[in-house]
Design a protein around this ligand. Sequence first.
Ligand SMILES: [Mn+2]
Length: 306
Amino acid sequence: MYDLIGDIHGHAGELKALLTQLGYQPGHSGVYAHPERRVIFLGDFIDRGPQIRETLQIARGMIDAGHALAVMGNHEYNAICFHTKGPDGKPLRPHTDKNIQQHSATLDAFRDDPEELDEYLQWMKQLPLWLELDEFRVIHACWHPELIDRVRDQVRGNRLTETFLHESAQKGAEAYEILEILLKGIEKQLPLGEIFRDKDNHVRTEMRIQWWKSPRGLTYADYGLGGRFSSKPLPASFFDTYHYPPEAEKPVFIGHYWLRGEPALQSPSVCCLDYSVAKGGELVAYRWNGEQELREGNFVRVKSFQ
Ligand SMILES: [Mn+2]
């Protein structure tokens, strides 16, 4: 049986508290383990938080010892690109002020040991982009069967190859567009004149969407994520947008969306476990006991120590 754990972002204290609450205990080697259960981490181990090295140490220790699995988050992907040079000698992710700032907590955490960071980056590179188990699916931001098939065809599996990584860093390339969706979610361009303000009050013309809902009959407010949207109905041009059916044969677990408040299912078949521990929220797990129908009673939570 599995316990799925959402985005940690360097909050190792909360991670240890959550593991303890779930019945995992550190063994002789200090690796957390449970006699009957394994953890699945949903990605985004790094950036933002105060204990990034310890978070990586705990997660990697559990994975290496067979007590956990994990998928890659967009922060791991960004870090890999930040520290990998292209054929022109420039980093795949430009070292702009914004990109440095987003990654600064991790850079600071490894300031005195760049070799250790290097080793973790190699480890991050081989994290699967998704997991398909017999009973459920796991991905950081968006389960999209057609795009997953395309990646699988190109990389012959579920992990980044050097070729795919380099292609994915070229804006506009197929690999770029695919990884954007799988690791960051689906964004839709709004019709002309339709704008909204995000949480930082910036005017935006693209809306991140709730891909677990069919857009037909919904308003912008029903369908958008991460902002205050109008209560006007969505235009017909949105109706053919991909959605994961609520009656899908397998549930999907995701992280990524900085949710707040009382944990709840996104749909009968989609469960997001990112409750913003790095912004004063909670670190949340879903305790999966073999059920095909997800239950809201199965969330386990630890409040942010901030
Ligand atoms: Mn994320």
